[in-house]
Design a protein around this ligand. Structure first.
Ligand code: MRU
Length: 321
């Protein structure tokens, strides 16, 4: 599969995640404005992919006439929760004094590193899963999309599934559909189908029931920001999964590159949670599903306290809060 996000020499290319699985479309983005819009409508999404987008946004800014630092800030602020976005911007911007070619080289290095780092983090996490789960083959539960499409390539939490599958250890994956934008039903299910891994999609509300019925050996999720104490911000619904997993004694494993760890954030309370458009809740497939004037609470992420997490695994191994 091609990289989720890449550089062609004069444009950023992304696999458009708003139209999958119906359509596999590649978009070319040539301006900071186009990139910011793509980030905000989740055409490119997932914390590690956003890190690459942040760095490539600085590359686009160096090729325009405007104020590069102001444009870089615009990219960094396109979405607030995944720390990788501002991390990618900062890494590329740090090379600005050495000229545009140095900025580009840094962005390309981030793209190259991403697959290797996620491959390693998920390999180490696969060992953690094997250690904590006795049953074979494994029945895993996935939330949102933390696969190839959420990274430049390979994936984090879904990368664990690829490693376990290669070792013949996967029975099936229960895929939370992930309301309201269906990253699980649309993207994770598509990736699992492409890879030939057996899966079933379930409504998010079925996850606790699946655990209580003994259908889940391990929960695997990615992260958008990990605080210094190990609290984890991830897609809305992750916190509820962690509570249910704790209740049922099921391992709950978080997998992320170290660029998702925000050591400047002491705990999860300070993490800014993106609130999204009420329209995502008030309509489904273009059809209104709520009374006129209904109020909406639509946080894109939640924070799981570290005490509910079995292990946070990066490319450096298990994170010590
Ligand atoms: O709103 P999204 O789709 O960008 O949210 C993505 C997630 O919450 C992922 O689980 C997280 O970024 C980790 S992806 C490896």
């Amino acid at each position: 599969m091609r990289r989720t996000i890449d550089w062609t020499g004069d444009a950023v290319t992304i696999i458009d995640q708003t139209v999958l699985p119906a359509e596999y479309r590649v978009l070319e983005l040539r301006t900071v404005g186009e990139l910011v819009a793509a980030i905000q409508r989740l055409a490119v999404r997932g914390a590690p992919a956003l890190g690459a987008a942040g760095a490539l946004g600085v590359v686009l800014a160096t090729r325009a006439q405007g104020d590069v630092e102001a444009e870089a800030r615009r990219v960094a602020q396109a979405r607030p929760t995944a720390v990788n976005l501002s991390w990618g911007v900062s890494r590329a911007l740090a090379k600005l004094s050495e000229g545009p070619e140095a900025v580009l080289a840094e962005a390309l290095a981030i793209l190259d590193e991403d697959e290797r780092i996620n491959h390693e983090a998920s390999r180490l996490a696969a060992d953690v899963v094997i250690e904590h789960c006795g049953r074979r083959p494994l029945r895993l539960l996935s939330h949102c999309n933390a696969g190839h499409l959420a990274t430049v390539a390979w994936g984090s939490a879904l990368g664990v599934v690829w490693h376990l599958q290669a070792r013949g250890l996967v029975e099936s994956v229960l895929v939370d559909e992930t309301r309201p934008l269906l990253q699980g039903a649309r993207l994770t299910a598509w990736e699992l189908a492409e890879a030939g891994v057996p899966y079933r999609i379930q409504p998010d509300g079925a996850a606790a029931a699946a655990m209580s019925r003994g259908l889940v050996d391990c929960v695997l999720v990615g992260a958008d920001r990990i605080a210094a104490n190990g609290d984890v911000a991830n897609k809305i619904g992750t916190y509820g999964l962690a509570i249910a997993a704790k209740h049922h004694g099921i391992p709950f494993v978080v997998v992320a590159p170290s660029s998702t760890v925000d050591t400047a954030m002491p705990d999860g309370a300070g993490i800014v949670i993106e609130e999204r458009d009420p329209g995502e809740i008030l309509a489904f497939g273009g059809t209104k599903v709520a009374p006129e004037g209904a109020e909406v609470f639509n946080p894109a992420f939640d924070v799981t306290p570290h005490g509910l997490v079995t292990a946070v695994v990066t490319e450096h191994g298990i994170l010590n809060p």
